[in-house]
Design a protein around this ligand. Sequence first.
Ligand SMILES: Nc1ncnc2c1ncn2[C@@H]1O[C@H](COP(=O)(O)OP(=O)(O)OP(=O)(O)O)[C@@H](O)[C@H]1O
Ligand SMILES: [Mg+2]
Length: 376
Amino acid sequence: MPEPVLGILTLYINEAKQLEEKAVYRRMIIEGNRMGLDVFVFTPMDVHPSKEQIHALVFDPKSGKWSRKWRSFPNMIYDRCRIQRSTRFQQLLRFRERYKHLLFLNRPLRNKWTIHQTFSQKSRFRQHMPETLLYNASADLHRMLKQSPVLYIKPANGTGGRGILRIERIKNSKGVFDIQGRRQDRRIIPPRKVSASRLDSIVRQWCIGGRFLVQQGIPLRLPGGRFHDYRMLVQKNGQGVWELTGMAARVGAARSVTSNLHGGGHAVRAETLLKDWLGSQDKTDKVMKTAEKLGLDAAAFLEESFGALCELALDLAIDREGKIYVLEVNPKPAREVFARSGDGNTYRKALVRPLEYALWLYNNKGAPASAKTTEE
Ligand SMILES: Nc1ncnc2c1ncn2[C@@H]1O[C@H](COP(=O)(O)OP(=O)(O)OP(=O)(O)O)[C@@H](O)[C@H]1O
Ligand SMILES: [Mg+2]
């Protein structure tokens, strides 16, 4: 019997046809090979316009070499494409539409605002959402600042900690605010003090040309002055069931209001940092349990709302009382946070699980209700 075939759908990041995660894909191909799953990599650009053939990137574990081969369409598709401003992305949208009848492990999620609104419909999740609104006018800002001394402004379609502004109302000083942030190119904006009217015009300019969220800031400053948060990864396993793969903490670069690794942050083990932060093992265990349950429920709920998912990373903020907030969810997560925190076991699990799930899906094709609904 021929082996089931999984196609990893990705996008070139430039004209030179470079890929962002080639080393990750190589590892997935090797692992797939061991478990009887034939894996190749392709982009919409590699699909023949009339023949149902793909000029795929294949890796041969024996020779350790990449090459191109014409292949038939795979049995399943694992979509790793992230948003980019290019014609390649437009091509991807056309590909997803044209081939929507194929079996995808995962379908795209929606922007941060839609996700926030979807979660907010359910009290189960609403309690874990920071207060958030879509920026419209300065009045929104000041209404939020009355309730919360710290706000974050972020693009509804942002990634990688870009275009994020932190605003803090300074205690006992009427109408003075501290602002700092990261521009679209991730450059750090060092802290400075501004008046209310200056703040209004800065935010107005910040939000030109896109939709931005105004969000309650969760206090995440560590005693050393750096900001932190947690990255939790939940994935479907080889039985088609959601399972926690792991959780790691990210500590931001000095003077950075974001903790993203690409912005100079570093990763540490979640339990270690959380225990220091909350002050006891007992509290840490409880919070970890609650977070796990939240992650699993959130993944199942989003899948029900938007179509098939095979994994979900949640950016979690946990305040000093142990209250958990969902800052953001990522359906196409990088896994390097686990390698970087020294948790090689979890890193490997994170790579292998989508493959185990793909095999399960292949053998139970009739089963996944979510895949069916998105195909209708
Ligand atoms: N409401 C908030 N309170 C405290 N810190 C926040 C808040 N929102 C964002 N941050 C900080 O900024 C970082 C980036 O924000 P967020 O995860 O929402 O967007 P992103 O990282 O740009 O998107 P992606 O994770 O898809 O790349 C967070 O990881 C966190 O460190
Ligand atoms: Mg994030």
